[in-house]
Design a protein around this ligand. Structure first.
Ligand code: XMP
Length: 325
């Protein structure tokens, strides 16, 4: 049955309301967890980062964060997770580079929900293996938020890790499950997380896997990652990181004919998506200055191997979902 947010629940918009929520959650987490250990899948996205910070505050080193690099992270993201949580917040953090495992399993798989299931399933396996190594883990924390619950009725196979196998004895800890994204950010700020992390755009659990459309190949995934890094750099430079809710590149599994250095040059198109929303249930399109779009196009086509066109997606949600897959 789908858990409903109580109608009496006030929207968390201020530091005071966030503090109240944090106090309540700390008490609830301590009551639920006692002196046991909790394992958290820390992707580095806003949701799991806020859950990590909440749990660090509530139970300190009883929390074991596991960051799995599934090879589908944005450029520099795993490094940032290590920097913030291990170096700055002194968390119990285990880093696992499982790139080959994920990419080998995904080879040749084109169907979006199948890709999600593979990525989610492999995550569970990695955690299972880790938990067995780690002795005494009783709980699994997740950064599930309310839109994940609302949309979980078959629209998406799952968000984040979900779908635990039968023999996994972990009870779930999901402290932000009734919050909308904007509320999670307010809570994160109140918890003292760095702005660069709290204001970070949402990043789906399956990562670049659902943006490297169709069957993922390493060369196209690399092109996507590099193009995405250029987009982020240019949005940062032009202040759009503060105004646009979510922006990214998707690269479809198709090539078009182009010309480079007077030679035929077949390449993939990079599709830019930049949307605004408050709760991800609907979204509008950001009006990016044309001059900036031209500049980004010039940079991506010049700097990224294999990309020969850049497109801007003007489709609102509905009718398009935010992600392409
Ligand atoms: P859609 O594409 O459904 O996306 O309009 C709504 C929001 O959810 C994110 N998203 C996901 N997050 N696992 C996640 O953790 C997923 O499989 C997934 N699919 C979409 C998307 O980036 C957007 O913020």
């Amino acid at each position: 049955m789908i858990e409903k947010r109580p109608e009496s629940m006030e929207r968390i918009t201020t530091p005071a309301l966030a503090d109240k929520f944090i106090e309540e959650q700390i008490a609830e987490i301590r009551a639920q967890v006692g002196d046991k250990k909790v394992l958290l899948a820390l992707s580095g996205g806003v949701d799991s980062s806020v859950v990590a910070a909440l749990l660090i505050k509530a139970i300190g080193k009883q929390l074991v964060c596991v960051h799995v690099n599934h090879g589908l992270m944005r450029k520099g993201e795993s490094e940032q997770v290590i920097e913030v949580f291990q170096n700055q917040l002194d968390a119990n953090l285990i880093y696992i580079d499982a790139t080959d495992r994920f990419l080998d399993l995904l080879a040749g798989v084109a169907e979006p929900e199948k890709k999600r299931k593979i990525i989610g399933g492999e995550f569970i396996k990695v955690f299972d293996e880790e938990a067995r190594k780690l002795e005494g883990i009783s709980f699994l924390a997740q950064g599930t938020i309310y839109p994940d619950i609302l949309e979980s009725d078959g629209v998406k196979a799952h968000h984040n890790v979900g779908g635990l196998p039968e023999d996994m004895q972990f009870e779930l800890v999901e402290p932000v499950r009734l919050l909308y994204k904007d509320e999670v950010r307010v809570v994160g700020k109140a918890l003292g997380l760095p702005a660069s992390m709290v204001d970070r755009q949402p990043f789906p659990g399956p990562g670049l896997g659902v943006r490297c459309l169709g069957a993922i190949t390493r060369d196209r995934l690399n092109a996507l990652r590099e193009a995405d890094a250029i987009l982020r750099e240019e949005f940062d430079k032009n202040g759009l990181n503060n105004t646009v809710w979510q922006y990214f590149i998707a690269v479809p599994d198709m090539k078009s004919v182009g010309v480079k250095d007077s030679k035929r040059y077949e390449g993939w198109p990079a599709i830019i998506r930049a949307v605004n929303t408050t709760d991800a249930m609907s979204a509008t399109i950001e009006e990016i200055p044309y001059s900036l779009l031209h500049h980004i196009t010039a940079r991506i086509t010049a700097e990224v191997d294999g990309i020969n066109r850049v497109l801007y997606d003007l489709t609102p949600k509905p009718i398009g979902t935010i992600e392409w897959e």
